[in-house]
Each structure stands twice: as C-alpha cells, then as structure tokens.
Write a protein that binds this ligand. Structure first.
Ligand SMILES: Cc1cc2nc3c(=O)[nH]c(=O)nc-3n(C[C@H](O)[C@H](O)[C@H](O)COP(=O)(O)O)c2cc1C
Length: 184
C-alpha cells in the first residue's frame, strides 16, 4: 500500500545554500537558499524572491555559495529568517567571519567547509539566477589524503521542505558509474 499526498513541494534532499554577497557600499550579507541546484556543467541556478541579496546580485553580479554544515545550523537558519535590510551585518551578528574572494566581488564565509565562487550570467524576470562557477575552495581539514574534498567529513545539511527539517547528509555508500556494472 502507498499513501497519496497530492500536490506537495516534496523534493529531497534540497540543498542549504548560503549565498554571500556585498551591497553597493561593500557591506557583506548572507542568505539561506534551498531552491537551487546544478543547471549545466559548471553552472548553478538559484530561485529568489526580492531580498537584499537580490539587490546585491544586480549590483555586483557576483556571489559565493557555501554548503551549510551541521556545526552551523543556527547561523544558516538565521540567514534565512532575518533580512540584511533589517540587520546591518548578519554575518557579524552570527559570529562568523569573512574573507573577500580572490576571484569574484563577494565574501567567503570562512567557517563553512566548501564554497563556490560564482559570477552571475543572467537574472530572469521571475528571479531565476544563473551563475557560473569560477572557483571552488575548501578548508584543508576537509580534504582526504589525495587532496580531494572528503564529503563524509563535511556534515553537510539538506532541507526537507514539507516538515521544514534540516537533515544531515551521511557517508559514501557506493561508487557511481561502477556499482551498476555488476548487473551489466
Ligand atoms: C530553509 C530556508 C530556505 C530558503 N530558501 C529560499 C529560496 O530558495 N529562495 C528565496 O528567495 N528565499 C529563501 N529563503 C528565505 C530567505 O533566506 C530570507 O527571506 C532571507 O531573510 C533573505 O535575506 P536577505 O534579505 O538578507 O537577502 C529561505 C529561508 C530558509 C530558512
């Protein structure tokens, strides 16, 4: 037996993306975005409403995208419930620190393990933002012995949009393009 739920925006896992931007005066801001994903090779799409971040993106056409982790759930959620239009510097208020990206005019929030540095390619009328990744950076303690990002060390969180829970993503359980070969 299965239970029908009808039309629901159930889609899991959704990412918990922390979008870092500067405003026109160079003040940093961070926003929580779940409606986002890969659009094409090396490209990201995020879907926004009208926010301080949206104005900042129009201004600078640049952003960072950090994957929120279990150690920073409170800060990540705060970035999604308070606007930079109400609080002067949400990042500082949350006790986090920034470094300006070497590649784009946007702040990297130091405490998040992995960050994409991106330039905006287009902003549609319905505020779908397409951005190109120009660099990926990670804190060294999250790398494996070969120097790759070790996802099992990240404790990345995802978002479940019906019950609004943050869920921790776990460890590797298989190898893509390889495990299926057993049935070929
Ligand atoms: C879990 C979560 C996911 C969110 N996802 C989105 C999203 O995908 N798009 C969006 O426009 N707002 C989203 N929001 C709301 C914004 O993060 C929120 O309005 C924020 O205060 C905007 O910040 P800003 O005005 O400083 O840019 C989300 C909030 C939370 C808590």
């Amino acid at each position: 037996m299965r239970k029908d739920f009808g039309v629901k925006t159930f889609f899991f896992p959704l990412p918990v993306l922390i979008i870092g931007t500067y405003d026109k005066d160079g003040n940093p801001n961070a926003m929580n975005v779940a409606w986002g994903g890969i659009r094409d090779y090396g490209k990201i799409e995020i879907n926004l409403g009208e926010h301080k971040t949206t104005d900042n993106l129009r201004e600078n056409m640049a952003l960072t995208i950090a994957f929120a982790d279990k150690d920073h759930i409170v800060e990540a959620d705060y970035f999604g419930i308070v606007s930079g239009n109400e609080v002067n510097n949400k990042i500082e208020k949350a006790g986090l620190t920034i470094t300006k990206s070497k590649y784009v005019n946007a702040p990297i929030i130091n405490e998040f393990p992995v960050t994409l540095e991106c330039v905006v390619e287009s902003i549609s009328e319905d505020l779908s933002i397409i951005a190109k990744i120009v660099n990926v950076s990670a804190r060294e303690e999250y790398l494996d012995e070969k120097g790759n990002i070790d996802v099992s060390k990240l404790h990345i969180i995802s978002y479940e949009p019906v019950t609004h829970k943050y869920i921790e993503l776990g460890s590797a359980v298989g190898q893509a393009f390889k495990d299926g070969l057993k049935l070929k």
